[in-house]
Design a protein around this ligand. Structure first.
Ligand SMILES: [Zn+2]
Length: 286
């Protein structure tokens, strides 16, 4: 992705070296999360769009205890990259909202943190994976995530990372459109299997909306970028992640869709550039 000369978004909030509890968490909630806190995090996490978490469910490790991390040059590069990609999402969604939806777009804030930090949706760490919290309308991204994406998940390339940022912003778009609260309410009335199925539709829509974003930044894309995004979408498909974890894929537990579905819905948005083509809830077949 060609980002030279692209502005940096002002909506990035950097939280450095968060130890237990993190800095910038308000300080009111001192102490560790505790078991109840962890359960709370997991419960909330499932319906706020945590995207890479299934990978970690299968990895078998205990919760990481991260220490304060010094600011590295890598972190700085990751933060700059994130701020520039976020700026492209602001420009694209501002335009798409005006042209296709006839309304104004209010951009989200994006928290870039290292170590751990707090959000109204619960604590966040490198193990949480990027997520969007509707309660404060902020996306959360750990700087080590980019390394994990390429080294542990096999999703290489800057555009793979940009796609993940665009996906989290897409959850904010869903929130702005009132879709997120509606689906969350429906989930509360559903069985676990039904709730998972609703989440899959929400996630595939976010992938499609990421494709709409990508279509609108074609001018910044380099050869291979589209493949990087499609490859990343496949690498974080539920069936792929469960297989990687040594399990037989269990479709009723899927929350994000299969590799094939994720790549196809991204591609659909990329092909048409129309928000209206991303209505997974109207689709007979996902
Ligand atoms: Zn998501």
């Amino acid at each position: 992705m060609r980002l030279r000369g692209i502005r940096r978004s002002k909506n990035v909030e950097v939280r450095r070296g968060g130890g237990r509890g993190g800095r910038g968490g308000g300080g009111a909630r001192a102490g560790g999360l505790g078991l109840v806190g962890v359960l709370f995090v997991l419960g909330i996490g499932y319906f706020t769009g945590i995207d890479v978490t299934p990978l970690l469910n299968g990895s078998g490790g205990s919760a990481p205890t991260q220490q304060s991390a010094p600011v590295s040059a890598e972190d700085d590069a990751a933060t700059q990259f994130t701020a520039q990609v976020l700026a492209t999402t602001e420009d694209v969604w501002d335009k798409v909202f005006r042209e296709q939806l006839g309304r104004a777009y209010e951009p989200p804030r994006l928290v870039v943190f290292s170590g751990v930090t707090q959000s109204p949706c619960g604590g966040a760490s490198g193990a949480t994976g990027p997520f969007y919290c509707p309660a404060d309308e902020k996306a959360y991204l750990d700087t080590s995530f980019f390394t994990m994406l390429s080294q542990r998940m096999g999703a290489e390339g800057d555009f793979a990372a940009a796609y993940v940022i665009a996906h989290e912003v897409a959850h904010h778009v869903q929130n702005q459109l009132g879709i997120l609260p509606k689906v969350n309410a429906a989930r509360q009335q559903s069985s676990q299997t039904e709730a998972n199925a609703l989440t899959v539709r929400l996630e595939l829509m976010a992938d499609c909306l990421s494709g709409v974003w990508a279509m609108n930044v074609q001018g910044l894309m380099e050869r291979g970028d589209l493949d990087e995004a499609l490859n990343a979408a496949r690498k974080i498909g539920d069936d792929h992640l469960q297989k990687q974890a040594g399990r037989v894929p269990q479709p009723h537990t899927f929350t994000h869709g299969t590799s094939e579905q994720r790549a196809r819905w991204f591609d659909r948005g990329y092909d048409s550039g129309q928000v209206g083509d991303c209505d997974t809830f109207a689709a007979e077949r996902l």
